[in-house]
Ligand binder design. Sequence first.
Ligand code: PRX
Length: 654
Amino acid sequence: MSSDSANAEGSLDALLSEERRFAPSAAFRARAVLSDAGVYALATADREAYWAGWASELHWFSRWREVLKWKPPFAQWFAGGKLNVSYNCLDRHVQEGHANRVALFWEGEPGDTRTYTYGELLAEVCRFANGLKGLGVKKGDRVTIYLPMIPEVVVAMLACTRIGAIHSVVFGGFSPESLSDRNNDAAAKVLVTADGGWRRGTVVPLKANADEALAKSPTIEHVVVVSRGGSLSEQVGVSLRPGRDHWYHDLIATASDVCPAESMDAEDTLFILYTSGTTGKPKGVMHTTGGYLTQVYATTKSVFDLHDDDVYWCTADVGWITGHSYVVYGPLSNRAQVVIYEGGPDWPDRGRLWQICERYGVTVFYTAPTAIRSFMRWGEEWPEKSDLSKLRLLGTVGEPINPEAWIWYHETIGARRCPIVDTWWQTETGGIMITPLPGITETKPGTATLPFPGIDIAILNEKGEPTSAGYLAITSPWPSMLRGVWGDEERYRKTYWSQWKDVYFAGDGAKRDEDGYYWILGRVDDVLNVAGHRIGTMEVESALVDHPAVAESAVVGKKHDIKGEALAAFVTLKEKHAGSDALMKELREHVGKKIGAIAKPDLIVFTADLPKTRSGKIMRRLLRDIAEGRAVGDTTTLADPAVVRKLQTQYQED
Ligand code: PRX
């Protein structure tokens, strides 16, 4: 295991002595979707029957023949079953008499608002699905979606699922180069973007970025551009290339609002989502239809304890898996009333999220620990200005939550009344895997507690033997598991299934306490978690060495109060180049341009040499120690121990 987890272990001992326990109140339990702990035994007794029970709550055009076919490492869930995701998220609710129920409460950063009922959303999705068909999009084609958090992003995703096109949503903060890489890897045919979006009072020029990417995206035949509207569209002039580019509003103006939902096989690919791994190239994680929808439906309903009167808000961007599963598919398949907000949490002031909670009467709120740490730093006066009395359940995801932040969330936002669900899962798992059930589980700050019923988790050592502190493993297939890496079966096998036989390697370290609760220690591979986002060190290193002045670089994680982890880059320059503040700035910008602003290193240290083993491997553990100002550990395997001493003195001087 890397020293990341070893470091985390020191603080873990403190965590494990955590005495505070929070049991669900009698009132919460009385109304909870799940309140009987017997559900765990029930699921264990017949896992397949348990999942089939959840699947039966969805609408199937025809039922599956078999719940699970498992030929490691390939699983098929609900084989032979036919269904459509957009039908499950829209049509069936409308048919059941809920056409006028609010599906989306949307608020733009400047304060403009729009509301869509389930009936309106269905009509809009059908129009856009017909528009896509008109551009020649067929079942199985790939569509890239590069949009801000506006209702059209939900429309575009659902329209793809309606006609069986595979969407690949690219986070709006990614650079043109990241966008073209993803377009090309997926061989996408259509790109859906917008003139721009708002972020902290400034315009993110999405179409301009897309134009840059399009110059290097030969497979894209058509581009659909949403006009964000308001003053943004007046400010941002975009050029549309005739024949290739189309305004969204023109495309749907003449399109019919009736579009039959394609009958999809349970195992047809639903979407690809790129995520960072241990190489320089992000991987296209593939999810399919029936199993994915079953698990996100089941977990949304039971982890967020959804009732008809809830107003649900998950603050994630749809560019990440959390946005896919818990802004769009989980909530809409549950007929939830979903809040979506476009912009920054501190715009125009630090009370923005709480004002939104008050305005829409948010009852269930799901966010990331990094955001909670920012709220803590901003102070209680901001949430105190708003009426948060409707909140009844809080959630977190994306990284381990420190008990201090957990308690603050519980007391200041939840007024000691709201259970907190700390949910562990990944892009690859598709849905929540380890989590409290809010009407059943006694929580402890800092642990995601227990596997969701029907999920088999273990902690194993390198050899695959059970232990109470080691690598987190998933020992049975689960419905929303990834089905592969787009175009790279070998990488799928190697990354997830080569550590042990037929057991999934999650890439996280974990420990189990005397209650059987799981404490996640963080990544054990070369993947960092910066503000809840996954960034591969190799990706940032490749971006740095792409700069003409850089000879070599090593990127490591450095503890950060708000982001959890920040990036520290050690850079050796080519001859005739000297380190300077200006070059530092230039390198940060270069990484921003290659990947996106989230990957810009916080710290850049210029060094004549990098510490390497005799076999030439960079010793990242030492660099991490230096970046965090710790005494440097064992250097006996170093080729030249003097390098570390030099680096340490230099870093202290910096
Ligand atoms: O290290 C774990 C951390 O986030 C990683 C997954 O990142 P990503 O695929 O981007 O998905 C994030 C949203 C699901 C995991 O390998 N992680 C996620 N949730 C938690 C967590 N670490 C600790 N506690 C969590 N609740």
